[in-house]
Design a protein around this ligand. Structure first.
Ligand code: SF4
Length: 98
């Protein structure tokens, strides 16, 4: 049995508008560039601390061929495991692992 595709009509898009350029102009020191992640990743110190703590959680210690999205998530955290910047951010900011 085929499902009918619901028309969205003329309702506005559900994507919230965020002027990132204006936000960055107001908060020029809010983000820093990660020295280890590829692609000049810019993130907040709190996000960095969270990544560091998550990367060092025992549940993420083994990397297997699990569902692909989880595998990619774990691989993405590898540079954060022994990162000195991450350790410093984690000691400065009170965050919990994801
Ligand atoms: S913990 Fe290190 S590698 Fe991970 S985001 Fe922070 S600075 Fe980058």
């Amino acid at each position: 049995m085929r499902r009918r595709i619901k028309s969205r009509g003329k309702s506005p898009a559900m994507i919230p508008y965020l002027d990132t350029e204006a936000w960055l102009r107001k908060n020029p020191d809010a983000l820093f560039e990660c020295p280890n992640q590829p692609g000049n990743l810019k993130l907040t110190p709190q996000a960095c601390a969270k990544r560091y703590l998550t990367a060092n959680e025992p549940r993420w210690a083994n990397i297997g061929a699990e569902p692909f999205p989880i595998f990619v998530f774990k691989m993405n955290l590898i540079p954060c495991r022994n990162c000195k910047t991450g350790a410093e951010m984690a000691s400065r900011h009170q965050v919990q692992a994801a």
